[in-house]
Design a protein around this ligand. Sequence first.
Ligand code: GDP
Ligand code: MG
Length: 704
Amino acid sequence: MSIKIALVGNPNSGKTTLFNALTGMNQYVGNWPGVTVEKKEGRLKKNEDVVLVDLPGIYSLSPYTLEEVVARNFLVEERPDVILNIVDGTNLERNLYLTTQLIELGIPVVIAINMMDIVEKNGDKIDIQELSKRIGCKIVVISALKGTGVNEAADIAVEVANSKEPAPVYNYSGVVEHAIAHIEEAAVHHMPEEQQRWYAVKIFERDKNVLEELNLAKEKLEHIEKDILLVENKLDDDAEAIIINERYLYIENILKGCFNKKSLGRLTMSDKIDRIVTNRYLALPIFIVIMFLVYFISIGSIGDWTVGFMNDTLFGEWIIPATETFFTNIGCQGWLVSLISEGIVSGFGAVLGFVPQLMILFLLLSILEDCGYMSRVAFILDRMFRKFGLSGKSFIPMLVATGCGVPGIMASRTIEQDRDRKITIMTTGFIPCGAKTPIIGLVAGALFGGSALVATSAYLLGVTAVVVSGIMLKKTKLFAGDPAPFVMELPQYHAPIYTNILRTTWERGWGFIKRAGSVIVAAGIIIWMLNHLSIDNGIKFITEETGGKSILEILGNAVSVIFRPLGFGDNFEPAVATILGLVAKEEVVGVFGTLSGGNAEMGFNLALNGSRLAGMSFMVFNLLCAPCFAAMGAIRREMNNWKWSAGAIAYMCVFAYAVSLMIYQFGSWFSGNGNLIGTIFASVVAIFMLYMLFRKDKNKIGER
Ligand code: GDP
Ligand code: MG
């Protein structure tokens, strides 16, 4: 029989770090709640019979968010053999609140107090033996990050699981105990002994899920309700609050004399840094400067050089000519050589050229994330978002989406309110993901001499698009309502752990290469064929000598009409690239690679007639319009409703079109070659957007 250990704890307490250390797996460790939105299973490295389950972080067993539901359902329905409760030692009181609830489940509990490295550094003292005696559970102290104590924690968990002894429950005050005893007797007597108490407490709290599950008879409910009301009257509070209060009292009591917080009231290094970094006025400028530096290093300086080398030298001068010579020499026909060198190698190479740049970007982002800075950004933007009635939690999906939109959209599950969750799903795709970065690199390289300002503005544009959309949508009836409060522990800063960083960087980068090798190559072949076949008089193969319009050109031209008001509809290539970008965003660059025989930047420059304005408009449209198929699938899954999903995707496309139109038309007008009708149209769009942004919020009742 295998043993199942469930890792349970507050968000950010280090569950995933411990899970990775014990299983040798590479689950994503993040600095904010919502990273582990689904449970993950792995087997202990040392003992294959023991299964470890990493659950999403939760603050309580009263589920408000989807992730809390995941964790609670798992615990209540599957009843693991033991709960390994990860407790953040720097935040004992708050973390033990969950512990009090876990103990009631009647499942054996082992407590692992984590972050001991910081606790010790802070000089805080915890009397583990005494605490363990008072709570009645075994306690291990660990540092998941440093790897100390982790194996002991697993060993003790296994030992306790084998003993099958549930933790002893503690007592509430007399009146409450009395009511709970009544409820146990009346409603849950048929259940296994160890499960009764948890259900009874939940019934006392009038927990909807439990009441639904038990489906008690009406007389019983009325009887119980009387008991509850009695207590409520006596203690002059509502039942749920009574329980919360008593839990905190209990924690306060057991910590008395067991816990000496030396760091209380003293500013730690982290606090000192935060005074500057999260300062009301400095926070946003600092964030922008940091993002500029990130893009300057990754895309501007080193990145630009590596792309140049990869595209012009490695592929342009060596690999592509060598491929052509090789396949010509072994006697392949001209068309086949062209298919291989243009269709396959050039498209692949154009995308691959961005890998070093992307790896540097991912590396820098994961350093910022791992050391703790990104959690501060969530905190800073929460403050900003809140002013507009948006949930600060929307930022977490956005952060995850800088790697890939799919997990980003999934991370929206942390948001309790359905409406806010929907807004987040609709707008998370605006953030430039890894696959969109090459588009930015392409535009910056081809038209702006590799300036890092292009990338920084693209990123800020994404954030602005989210905020602007949020404000506009919030004012409509569909999305009205105040955001839920956003609680998040800010982790202490720490030097980035190189294994974490290298792991995330590598995984993201490798995912990119894999897609480039499959989707891009397949699409490259199709594009090449469509570009070399004509249907003038029957299907014919065309080459530079024969000339003629290819199928691709005809199709592209038909679509490109739509993009003429945006400035990139004069040639067929941008239209083809945009459409194929829906398959995978890397394909945007891949198309220019294939169509230009390897030099994507040159092909892009020609296709846009060298216009910076058109290039900007093209980039903005491709960053903001519908995401790739994978992300659309994620939207479909998370919305769980095709109308909402179609609406979300349509919204993104319309929004992208509107912004690009304004950029191109106003830009042309400013530079003196505007078009009257275009400017009028763009003005109408601008006025409409401003109206949507600044109109009075009818749904707000009174001042808040
Ligand atoms: P989860 O949300 O509970 O899964 O937490 P994670 O495993 O994702 O960790 C949250 C953050 O805490 C990460 O930045 C970890 O590097 C950090 N962390 C985890 N364990 C420790 C520890 O023992 N000491 C320190 N200093 N940091 C830790
Ligand atoms: Mg986690």
